[in-house]
Design a protein around this ligand. Structure first.
Ligand code: PHE
Length: 338
């Protein structure tokens, strides 16, 4: 076959190739190891000795011409394929973006963090006690011996005769006073457990305990601090009022109401027409409790308070069922984004 025919044949086939894969196949057909041009070179030995140099020159020229041709076609095809790919990847900047779900802090965490922030500003330090407590810390040292009727106020989950799931963060008061000499100013957040279950009570909930022990601490210090807490937590115009109550570990004991933020104290369904909402329990630390911890009650006095974090979250965000706080329904939780 004439090498000129081969050049034409290869050029025609190469130009007809639609993509780089097809072009590669044509290239192999002529220039590959078993290709037609390669076959010409292999057939050299059958040619008369004197004609070989001229023949070799011609075949080499043919090969070079073809290689050049393939290279330029390859370049063109690659360019075309790139343009096609880019056209297919066109970005429509007017399309709405893809929505990624973002997590948010749970309302109980938000209130807990807010409380820590607020009380740290008044000089309180955080102390966390254990969730499994002994009867001694949860009751006895808090002036609530075994036969004390106040033990019935809190239905307790007992683990053994001696150990239980703490029913109140007040247990932490004892641990702190045992470890630290006054002045004491601690805040103790944590989970507590009671066998109690309805729309406003859950067998597990969170409390925030506060304890201040120093010289000359009075009930006025407690109320001043609570006023500040109510204003920062609920509204600038919030007020507090103390009502006499009973806890074995405080004397006197009080129930603390905050003016209803929903109606501004006029009376509404949330505050059941009273204008006030009960928010926490508090009082002056009972002398017996100080004595139990080796603190001299004639030298030192103190106040303590304990609030339910869920209860505050419910009041603050208008949540009417405590179960919403443990169901983890994202439709509910999503509403607490900043
Ligand atoms: N521990 C009490 C309760 O759980 C609350 C409280 C704390 C009362 C500190 C007085 C002082 O109900």
């Amino acid at each position: 076959m004439d090498d000129f025919d081969l050049l034409q044949e290869a050029t025609q086939e190469a130009e007809a190739a639609e993509d780089s894969r097809a072009l590669y196949e044509v290239k192999m057909k002529f220039l590959g190891r078993t290709g037609k041009v390669t076959a010409l070179l292999k057939g050299m030995k059958e040619i008369a000795q004197e004609s070989r140099p001229a023949f070799g020159k011609k075949v080499n020229a043919l090969r070079e011409a073809l290689e050049e041709k393939f290279a330029s076609l390859e370049e063109k095809i690659k360019q075309r394929e790139l343009e096609k790919k880019l056209a297919g990847e066109n970005i429509d900047v007017t399309m709405p973006g893809r929505h990624t779900k973002q997590g948010a802090l749970h309302p109980v965490t938000r209130v807990k963090d807010r409380l820590i922030d607020l009380f740290s500003g008044m000089g309180f330090e955080v102390f966390e006690g254990p969730e499994i407590e002994s009867e001694y810390y949860n009751f006895t040292a808090l002036n609530t011996p075994a036969d004390h009727p106040a033990r019935d106020m809190q239905d307790t989950f007992y683990l053994t005769e001696e150990f239980l799931l703490r029913t109140q963060t007040s247990a932490g008061q004892i641990r702190v006073m045992e470890q630290k000499k006054p002045p004491i100013k601690i805040l103790s957040p944590g989970r507590v457990f009671r066998s109690d279950d309805d729309a406003t009570h859950s067998p597990m909930f969170h409390q925030m305990e506060g304890l201040v022990v120093d010289k000359h601490i009075t009930l006025c210090d407690l109320q001043g601090m609570l006023d500040e807490f109510a204003k920062k937590m609920f509204s600038e115009t919030s007020k507090t009022r103390l009502r006499p109550s009973y806890f074995p570990f405080t004397e006197p004991s009080v129930e603390v109401d905050v003016s209803c933020a929903a109606c501004g104290g006029k009376g509404c369904s949330l505050c059941k027409g009273t204008g006030w909402i009960e928010v926490l329990g508090a009082g002056m630390v009972n002398r017996r409790v100080l004595e139990n911890c080796g603190v001299d009650p004639d030298e030192y006095s103190g106040f303590a308070f304990g609030m339910g974090i869920e209860r505050i979250a419910m009041l603050k965000y208008g949540i009417n069922n405590i179960k919403l706080l443990t169901e983890n329904d994202t439709r509910f939780l999503e509403q607490f984004k900043d």
